[in-house]
Design a protein around this ligand. Structure first.
Ligand SMILES: CC/C=C\C=C\CC(=O)SCCNC(=O)CCNC(=O)[C@H](O)C(C)(C)COP(=O)(O)OP(=O)(O)OC[C@H]1O[C@@H](n2cnc3c(N)ncnc32)[C@H](O)[C@@H]1OP(=O)(O)O
Length: 311
């Protein structure tokens, strides 16, 4: 038998737990509309459920500096959980899309320090390893974010820019765009995803090797011919309009269906057909129970556009 004092304590405890859970729920919901303030990225919401992330150091040609690597991780981790975001457009401000790694401002990548003979090799190697893992994560977050990400590339996309857009779901560009896997020209093997993702994206191993060994520029027409981009627009303005329009169409669909589709496509790229079928079956064991299925079916039968609740 519990004493009255113990029962009161328990009740108070439960009340506090309940308040904590409620607060956590509210905090999570608030998180969806929080402002995202970054130094190197400009985040806007041009349409319902569409977020535009713009690389925003135009005076430095959107070179990827210390702040950028951290902010990408923060930005896409937040977008992954943001219930007001269903599709993302990734673009660049100013004259070009990006000039890749910032060769002058990078706390993680200090080539002079790496070459210094003063420090133990193993310790330097370990430090470099940690740094590369962190930078890889800055683009892996794009792929792990379940919301489709559309890269909208104008003018130059160099080095780290290719790593970044290979982690995106869809690539559009303007007719003045060019792409260069530039790493060999600065004495290194690309290590943030290009060598792993690019050959799979274009499905042409020979061309992937040619571009990676030479750093030659691939222009918009060739990029379209080989399937690296799916559409080419006459200029940057039309490109951004087109990318936002596409994001808006994606955002109008069931978020359960779209996000499940992204997760399964990414999984299947790296697994056998059998493993992929198993994954999507397990996923749909839960997701086929969604109200979205009936809403979408009725909408389609009645020729009405269904409205889906936030996920
Ligand atoms: C562990 C390793 C991890 C990641 C590795 C990634 C590898 C790479 O990304 S390799 C590629 C490195 N990038 C480059 O080699 C590109 C260098 N830049 C250029 O070739 C040109 O700037 C351009 C992209 C063709 C654009 O030319 P333009 O429009 O004529 O601009 P600029 O006058 O050259 O530059 C304006 C301004 O920006 C600064 N800047 C440009 N690129 C970079 C950069 N990558 N890093 C640092 N700063 C850059 C340039 O210095 C100018 O600055 P000012 O202060 O105005 O002088």
């Amino acid at each position: 038998m519990l004493s009255t004092a113990v029962r009161v304590q328990l009740a108070n405890g439960l009340q506090k737990d309940f308040a904590r859970i409620l607060q956590a729920g509210l905090t999570k919901r608030n998180c969806s509309s929080q402002t995202m303030d970054f130094k190197t990225l400009k985040v806007t919401r041009p349409r319902d459920f569409v977020v535009q992330v713009e690389l925003n150091r135009p005076e430095k040609r959107n070179a990827m500096n210390t702040d950028f690597w951290r902010e990408m991780r923060e930005c896409f981790s937040q977008l992954a959980e943001d219930t007001d975001c269903r599709a993302v457009v990734l673009s660049g401000a100013g004259k070009i899309f990006t000039s890749g790694l910032d060769l002058t401002d990078n706390k993680d990548v200090k080539f002079e320090e790496f070459m210094s003979p003063d420090k133990d090799f193993a310790r330097k190697a370990f430090q470099i390893r940690q740094a590369v893992i962190r930078l890889q994560e800055s683009f892996n977050v794009i792929e792990r974010c379940p919301k489709p990400v559309i890269a909208a590339v104008h003018s130059a996309c160099v080095g780290g820019g290719i790593d970044m857009i290979c982690a995106c779901d869809i690539r559009y560009c303007s007719s003045d765009a060019w792409f260069s896997i530039k790493e060999v020209d600065i004495g290194l093997a690309a290590d943030l995803g290009t060598l792993q993702r690019f050959p799979k994206v274009i499905g042409n191993d020979s061309l992937a090797r040619e571009l990676a060994y030479t750093a030659r520029k691939m222009y918009a027409d060739e990029a379209k011919d080989v399937g690296f981009v799916s559409r080419v627009f006459p200029d940057r303005e039309k490109l951004i309009e087109g990318a936002i329009e596409l994001a808006s169409v994606i955002a109008s669909k069931s978020p359960v269906a779209v996000q499940g589709t992204k997760v399964s496509l990414v999984y299947s790229r790296d697994h056998t057909v059998g493993e992929g079928l198993d994954q999507v079956m397990t996923w749909n064991q839960g997701m086929l129970q969604s109200e979205d299925v009936m809403k979408a079916v009725f909408g389609s039968m009645k020729k009405e556009t269904p409205v889906f609740s936030k996920l």
